[in-house]
Structure formats: structure tokens, C-alpha cells
Design a protein around this ligand. Structure first.
Ligand SMILES: [Zn+2]
Length: 348
């Protein structure tokens, strides 16, 4: 399923990274296909055609561009990094200094660049995060602090204590009462998203390029009294699976535990949002009535905008009275895509 050609062409000219993974462009005059952000000179509007996957472009006889390498999926973890990550997951005290990386035939600078770009932190900080996240879970589930420190490759208890506190904001021994928000990236056809989860459920799902993201993260940190730490969480597997089914039009409702702290009014608005059926829309006015505050249209719209769990709490299903899309934190083109995906026009 594709977006409007005008939107795609302007994304192409702007080299807008939020469209990465969303479409692929074939250049008729050269027979080459590119990502939206390719730095090569942009073709004229009449010389391009669009595809949703690289496979389609190949099927139409196009060859991948050597500049932007469209066959490497944007945001997808490359195999050489996946191997390293697997090693870290199975062996919790793995230390990967530059020397160890070179031993494995990996250029440390390359892995640093990849992590900075895709996780916003350095590779070493990411490794630290994973270790602390795992240690937190172990102590929470009754392992002793000292055993946990040793298990995770810390040579001294004080070193562990310091690293743990720096990352989580509390001492290892307070893990029973303290909490953290595990964060990861999830790929979708609309671009990469940040997902956050506590032990109880998903508390954040937001496009990584969304302007509100920083604010939402700060709010969650305060509301849940928890720091964000990269790592793995059982809820991510279910989320990833159900999102894939949703985008494949094989799922209409989500069955995932959510953690949605907020004011009574916000919680009420978000709850009502979840009752709008798949494929249906509602106006802000209708939603205000539903919430029991017919005059609070603006407040309802604000609460919609404050929704931290995109797609699953379907704020994209609320539109203006005129039928126009009005606002969407993730960008109107994404709102349009989600509504089109859910509409009958696409052969449900
Ligand atoms: Zn290219």
C-alpha cells in the first residue's frame, strides 16, 4: 500500500528520513532504485515510480543504487551486529572492547556509528544498559546483589553499585521497590518506533522522529518514577508480533497489557479511544460527548495528542468534523496511511 505520489515526491526531494522504509523509488531513466534519502541527484517527477518493497522494484527490473544501498533495510539490525547482540544476550558478562571487536573482524568505529544513529547512544553505553537492565531483573526476582554483580561481569561490588545507580537512579538493593522502563526500537512499515515497557506492560509506543517524544519520555520518567534503560522485555515480543499482524491486515484489535498513567480525564479519553472500532472514525466533537464533556472538544484533542501508545490506543481514528484529518503527532501522512489500511477500500 502506498502513499500519495505528491507526498512521496516531496519526501524524496527533502530526503526526509521519516519516510525510510516506507517506500522505494525507481528511476525510469537509469533503471536504478533508491531510498527516499538517497544523496544522489533527484530525478524529475515524471521519471519516477514508487514501490512499497525492494522486492517489487527488483521484479520490475530495477537494480539497487550503489549510493544508498536500498537492499539493506533501514533501521534493521545488520547481520554482523545481530551476531554480536546474540553473544551479549547469551553471555551476560561479555565485554566487548575495541580489541575484542577487531578480533571478531568488526571495525569498532562502524559499530559505534550504527549505535549512535539507531539507538542514540554509544555501543559501550548500550552494553552497559543491557547489563544493568538484566541485573535489575535478577535482583527483583530474588537473586542476591553480590551474585548478580559477579554474574554480569562486575569485578567489584562498589563498581557495580555505582554503575547501577548511575543508570537507574537507585541502589541495586532497592530493585524490589524501584522500577525501570525498558526501551527498544521496533520496525514498522511507517518507520521505526520507540517502545517502552515496565514489568506490567507497554507504556510507550511512538515514532522515533516524533517531536513530542522527548516530552513524553520526560513525563513518563516522572509519572512512573523510573529511568529508561535499553534492553529486552517480554512485552516487546508480543507487541512486535501483534503490530506485524496489524500491518498485514490480519489483526483488528490488540491484546497487550498497557501501562497508561495520567489524569482521570486523560485516562477516560484514552479508554474511550480504544472503543472506536477498527476501520471507523469519530469526530473530536463526538469523542467529547462520549467522554461526557461535550464542551471540552479542545481538551479532548489535547488528551488525544498526549496519548503515548500510538496505533494501539487509536487516536488516529479521531478526525475533524469537516472530514479533514486535523492533527496527528506522528504526521498526517501516517494518520492517512493507518486510516487507509483500516478502511474497506483496501479489500478487507
Ligand atoms: Zn540511491
Amino acid at each position: 500500500m502506498l502513499l500519495d505520489n505528491k507526498i512521496m515526491y516531496s519526501a524524496l526531494v527533502e530526503k526526509d528520513p521519516s519516510f525510510e522504509g516506507v517506500f522505494i523509488v525507481g528511476v525510469k531513466t537509469t533503471g536504478i532504485f533508491c531510498r527516499p534519502t538517497c544523496t544522489a541527484r533527484k530525478p524529475k517527477v515524471e521519471n519516477v515510480e514508487y514501490f512499497s518493497t525492494t522486492k517489487e522494484a527488483l521484479d520490475h527490473g530495477y537494480r539497487p543504487c550503489k549510493v544508498c544501498r536500498p537492499m539493506e533495510l533501514y533501521g534493521e539490525t545488520p547481520a554482523w551486529i545481530e551476531d554480536i547482540l546474540k553473544e551479549i544476550r547469551t553471555n551476560s558478562d561479555t565485554k566487548l572492547k575495541d580489541y575484542d571487536l577487531r578480533q571478531r573482524g568488526i571495525d569498532p568505529a562502524r559499530i559505534r556509528r550504527w549505535f549512535k544513529k539507531h539507538h542514540g547512544i554509544t555501543f559501550q553505553a548500550y552494553l552497559r544498559s543491557l547489563r544493568i537492565n538484566r541485573a535489575f531483573g535478577q535482583i527483583k526476582h530474588n537473586r542476591s546483589v553480590i551474585d548478580t554483580a559477579l554474574d554480569n561481569g562486575y569485578e567489584s561490588l562498589s563498581g557495580f553499585h555505582e554503575a547501577f545507580k548511575k543508570t537507574t537512579g537507585f541502589a541495586p538493593s532497592d530493585s524490589k521497590t524501584g522500577s525501570i522502563i525498558t526501551i527498544t526500537r521496533i520496525l514498522t512499515p511507517l518507520g521505526p518506533m520507540f517502545a517502552g515497557a515496565t514489568e506490567e506492560g507497554i507504556c510507550l509506543l511512538e515514532f522515533t522522529d516524533r517531536r513530542m517524544l522527548e516530552t513524553q519520555i520526560a513525563r513518563l520518567r516522572k509519572l512512573l518514577k523510573a529511568e529508561f534503560v535499553s534492553g529486552d522485555n517480554v512485552h516487546f515480543h508480543e507487541l512486535d508480533k501483534q503490530l506485524k499482524e496489524y500491518f498485514d491486515k490480519k489483526r483488528k484489535t490488540f491484546d497487550i497489557s498497557l501501562v497508561v498513567p495520567g489524569t482521570k480525564f486523560q485516562v477516560n479519553v484514552w479508554e474511550k479511544l480504544q472503543r472506536i472500532p477498527y476501520g471507523k472514525t469519530r469526530t473530536y466533537q463526538q469523542q467529547a460527548i462520549e467522554v461526557g464533556k461535550p464542551n471540552a472538544v479542545r481538551a479532548v484533542a489535547t488528551a488525544n495528542g498526549d496519548n503515548r501508545i500510538s496505533i494501539i490506543i487509536p487516536c488516529h481514528r479521531v478526525i475533524a468534523k469537516s472530514g479533514e484529518l486535523a492533527g496527528y503527532g506522528g504526521g498526517l501522512w501516517r494518520k492517512q496511511y493507518l486510516l487507509d489500511l483500516e478502511s474497506h477500500a483496501y479489500g478487507q
